[in-house]
Design a protein around this ligand. Structure first.
Ligand code: AMP
Ligand code: MG
Length: 422
């Protein structure tokens, strides 16, 4: 745990000597989870976003044969006259899928099209725009360089090369690389099973009538969306009341077949000791205060063989803690490795930001180019941890470091783009 320079704690800052830093909590969580072992074979068509369970080694070269990168004329580059017009006899055609079978001599050339195999005896292509046809002759100038406009066999992928390593989360480009190897199926880790529920006697299901003191359950939908984007299998347990019995029965049912359980609400320090008591009884759970805003309290541990994440109830806090802690842990459990570095960069903040030292803040912003080659970021209105529209309007977090104070317009700040996860 970090030791804090400010002591005693004052009202001008948010230092709390009993807090964990974001990094410490992230490391503790990552170290406590392990990757799935079970694998399955799926069709390439349904492999997008799945995690490769074996290295994919190239069995074929790409391209499989040296071929033309242009429409034009294939010829032998060596022995062309050094200057003046060249004139070669056109002896045939090579097009994609229908190669020219003969061997081309030095005074000859072959009409060739993009992707066609280079005929024997040729190594150079002159593009058609540079060639004048005079009957059976192709006439062109001295601008031709031997070897030009040709794709060499294996220049993209060589036989035996690892094209994609185990642990890779498959992207559209990766699917193409695998298809380029002639693979129709691929071995991936099985889907991670995640149980999801929200807690609170005040919560209502969308579609129900709004009762006095009631609140529609938005967290389950933001979390469901983020989990779906991660590609896990979600089992929803709905809304769980603030009751010992309900919580205990949902937790034991969820833990019976889930790899991970995600819940929100009911675990803030000092409130509902019954929740805490149940969690401690059914599993091995830690209650952490994190030096961050929003999202100070989170709960992490195990119930049976399932990993448990108890996120704060406030909607923005639930999303921020999911993004910072749950998402990397689930990716590790899904077999993804190495975990990609969190993308962040500096942008000029054009808003004034309130901030007290003592916690890392994840404020919500919109980052965009200013039209003059710079990236600028502005905050999305109010920053309270209950203001969910601040997330919905944002495309990034503005990450303000632990020790920093307020931000004046014009200051460089760090931003973390959401990129589809949120
Ligand atoms: P809690 O941590 O249970 O005390 O929740 C803190 C606050 O978050 C509550 O007062 C609610 O306003 C809000 N909240 C809790 N759960 C949800 C939820 N599932 N959807 C939307 N807001 C919630
Ligand atoms: Mg609650």
């Amino acid at each position: 745990m970090k030791s804090f320079p400010h002591s005693p704690v004052t009202c001008d800052d948010d230092y709390d000597p009993y807090s964990l830093t974001v990094e410490t909590a992230q490391i503790c969580i990552l170290n406590a989870v392990s990757p799935l072992e079970a694998t399955e074979v799926v069709d390439l068509r349904s492999a997008l976003g799945r995690v490769l369970a074996e290295d994919a080694c190239a069995a074929v070269a790409v391209p499989a044969a040296t071929n033309s990168a242009m429409d034009g004329y294939a010829l032998r580059g060596a022995g062309l006259p050094a200057s003046g017009k060249r004139s070669l006899e056109v002896v045939g055609v090579s097009r994609a899928g229908v190669p020219y079978r003969g061997e081309v001599q030095s005074r000859q050339c072959v009409r060739i099209f993009t992707g066609a195999v280079m005929p024997e005896g040729t190594d150079t292509v002159v593009m058609q725009e540079q060639v004048e046809r005079r009957g059976d002759l192709a006439v062109f100038g001295s601008e031709v360089k031997p070897g030009q406009n040709v794709r060499q066999v294996g220049e993209d992928v060589a036989v035996g090369q690892i094209v994609l390593a185990r642990g890779r989360r498959l992207t559209p480009a990766d699917l193409g690389v695998l298809a380029g190897q002639g693979l129709a199926q691929v071995a991936v880790y099985r889907r991670l099973r995640v149980a999801l529920f929200t807690t609170g006697d005040e919560l209502l299901e969308p579609g129900e009538e709004l009762a006095e003191g009631g609140l529609y359950d938005s967290n389950r939908y933001t979390l469901l969306g983020m989990l779906q984007r991660l590609g896990v299998e979600v089992r929803e347990f709905g809304i769980v009341g603030d009751s010992r019995e309900q919580l205990e029965s949902v937790l034991s049912e969820a833990a019976a077949d889930a790899d991970a359980i995600v819940s929100t609400g009911g675990v803030s320090v000092g409130e509902y000791d019954l929740v805490r008591e149940v969690l401690e009884r059914v599993g091995s759970i830690e209650f952490w205060k994190i030096a961050m805003k929003p999202g100070r309290p989170i709960t992490f541990g195990n119930i049976g063989r399932a990993v448990f994440f108890g996120l704060p109830g406030n909607p923005v806090a639930a999303m921020v803690t999911f993004y910072q802690f749950v998402q990397p842990a689930l990716r590790r459990m899904m077999g993804e490795q190495p975990l990609p570095a969190v993308l962040s960069f500096k942008a000029i903040c054009v808003s004034k930001l309130r901030k007290r030292p003592g916690r890392v803040e994840f404020q919500r912003g919109v980052v965009e180019p200013d039209g003059e080659g710079r990236m600028v970021v502005r905050k999305t209105g109010q920053q309270g941890s209950g203001i969910l529209t601040s997330m919905s309007q944002a495309n990034c977090f503005i990450v303000l470091p632990l020790d920093s104070g307020p931000v004046e317009p014009g200051t460089l700040v760090e931003v973390q783009p959401f990129f589809g996860l949120v």
